[in-house]
Design a protein around this ligand. Structure first.
Ligand code: ZN
Length: 273
């Protein structure tokens, strides 16, 4: 009896179901750095993948889990857990296929940007904790929009996931898309959101983090100017800054990253033109 009552409550009360209604889905790509879209086949109130909360959406009457797959994910079967209003937990499986990411070798003239000194490391660790906090943000009040416009009119490279070497030394894979454009080119919000934080960082230069809701968060780096302040609501196409070459760069460009459940995924999966 208790179970029936709770189910009815879940149907009647939207606060019981933490799925948000969306008007489109991103492009699914079951590879490291991609996005898995899993039909929950139930009315889940919460979902988790690798202990991180995942986005649950309602699209055309069906509930889906939208999962960011990390670049270092193992190839094979992965699982997520879903919880219903009565506390029952179920497991769903999805496959992750292999994807070849090629190597990229870059020469950085400022040696400290490749091998930072001790003071730099203190700064870098502080900044990465600051950014990580913004990436972990979960705003239930924002409705995520997956169909995005490119944030800059420029040359979009397919640079996401490249295995990177700076001055022949291996570093973390490239976690975003680089869009080359002249210094001063306007950067626009690709989707509605709230400015979660801004900063002037060692590697990323002038940076903005936009929160699009439910764990969908985007990052803009190396900017010449930051034209918004934290807490501001921005709409699609609103100017947030200008292209620059601050931080570790080899020329003016925008570095654009997208996070889902605090995992960097390929921004190309969101651009619809
Ligand atoms: Zn980049």
């Amino acid at each position: 009896m208790r179970r029936i009552l709770l189910c009815c409550a879940a149907l009647l009360c939207p606060f019981f179901v933490h799925a948000v209604e969306v008007t489109s889905l991103p492009v699914a790509s079951n590879v490291p750095g991609g996005i898995a879209i899993v039909d929950t086949a139930m009315t889940a109130t919460e979902g988790r993948y690798r202990n991180d909360k995942i986005m649950l959406v309602e699209f055309e009457g069906t509930q889906y889990a939208i999962i960011g797959i990390p670049l270092n994910a193992a190839i094979g079967e992965h699982s997520l857990t879903l919880e219903s209003a009565d506390g029952t937990e179920v497991t769903r499986l999805f496959a992750v296929q292999d994807k070849l990411y090629v190597e990229q070798r870059l020469t950085i003239t400022n040696e400290r940007q490749v091998n930072p000194n001790n003071d730099d490391m203190v700064r870098i660790n502080r900044e990465s904790a600051e950014m990580n906090e913004a990436f972990s943000s979960w705003d239930e009040t924002l409705q995520p929009v997956f169909a995005m416009r490119a944030p800059v009119d420029g040359v979009r490279s397919s640079s996401f996931g490249l295995k990177r070497f700076f001055n022949e030394q291996p570093r973390a894979p490239h976690s975003g898309m680089d869009i080359a454009a002249p210094e001063g080119t306007p950067i626009y919000a690709p989707a509605p959101g709230v400015v979660r934080s801004t900063g002037e960082y060692f590697f990323n230069g002038n940076t903005i983090i936009l929160d699009h809701g439910h764990g969908l968060i985007s990052l803009y780096c190396h900017m010449n100017t930051i034209d918004v302040v934290p807490g501001t609501r921005v709409e699609t196409g609103e100017q947030i800054g200008k292209v620059g070459q601050t931080g570790r760069v080899t020329g003016p460009h925008l570095h654009w990253s997208i996070n889902l459940n605090n995992v960097r995924v390929d921004p190309a999966l969101f651009i619809q033109d």
